[in-house]
Write a protein that binds this ligand. Sequence first.
Ligand SMILES: *Cc1c(COP(=O)(O)O)cnc(C)c1O
Length: 410
Amino acid sequence: MSKDNSSRSKFYLDLDNKWTAHNYKPILVVIKKAKGIWVWDVDGKKYMDCLSAYSSQNFGHGNPKLVNALKKQLDKVILTSRAFCNDAMGTAAKKLCELTGYETLLPMNTGTEAVESALKIARKWGYEKKGVGKDKAEIIVCENNFHGRTITIVGFSTDPDTYTGFGPKTPGFKVIPYGDAEALEKAITKNTVAFMFEPIQGEAGVLIPPEGYIKKVQNICKESNVILIADEIQTGFYRTGELLACQYESVKPDMTLVAKAVGGGVFPVSGVLSSREIMAVLTPGSHGSTWGGNSAGMAVLEAVCDLLVEEDFSQKSKDLGKYFMDGLKEIQKKYPEKIKEVRGRGLLVALELSEKARPYTEALMNNSPIGVLAKETHEFSIRFAPPLVITKKEIQWALSIIDKVFAEVN
Ligand SMILES: *Cc1c(COP(=O)(O)O)cnc(C)c1O
């Protein structure tokens, strides 16, 4: 880091280093304040946030409508547990279901929990509705998947950094190539209960499947009586231009998993969306979460749904995403030996480099007087996913900094 050693940042980085687990390799910026697309570090330097907490901040840091909804709720009641009922959960669930076209919501807190919940529902559905033999249920997932960090989920990851040291793997999962509908057809057996996939693989570096893939996998699942589960935790809520990325192919999966943006960047909220019929396998006592459906999170969820109705994020994400990608393609033409590919959909965009990405993300951060915060995914790609409230002019500025950094870094 090219920061002076006496800076305040250094003080906090040393604290982190000494007192917390080293399970991340963050960009070394210590943020103390954020508003919209901008964040400020403890030394007062300003940066554009081009990561949005992995799409959690789709509506901008500290979005006033969402912060106010949370503040209002905090003064009333925050958490009762599901031992009792509250006046926020049903209201929010109705709005989210009506918005997404689903019949029912299982509210949870983090993305990982939504994924785990869906896997449990799929297995139970397999035994009770499909007639799969005891403990024989199989779930199919894709190579390069990212679905979270629990012991079961990392067991079907194909990324050694994610699974190494955490065995034995939970049985009952099969991994097939991403974007290959035929591979799914071949992998399905009479014991297959579900196929879970990301409509665009975000953590893998914004990998987009071939046109028609989502429709094909839906048809294959329908024919074989297999539940289709879309993990929209990163792609949902207009990040890729549509409310849900599966809507690009007019597909409504049997289950959709939401988190990140659904908490508006102000509170952890996640959920499983599905039909009443599938969700009915969950009976009292079979699943739960102390914080799932809490009043604070549900008040935020309701406000997020209202925001999505009031403001047009779709056109913004599509138009600005195209503008951003066109600009990046111009930059690619100038540095073809450094940039292999520009890809993306909506405002989920990535550069694939022919060399390591870290020097570029660090140079973007160090740009003076205003930095750009982006993060490499794996070693060779950089993801750009600014809050959807960004403007064309601000993207233009970001492009000029990206251009400058590619000219300077060797
Ligand atoms: C972030 C993410 C998760 C996990 O969500 P957490 O809230 O970190 O547990 C799962 N799936 C996808 C696609 C994600 O991007």
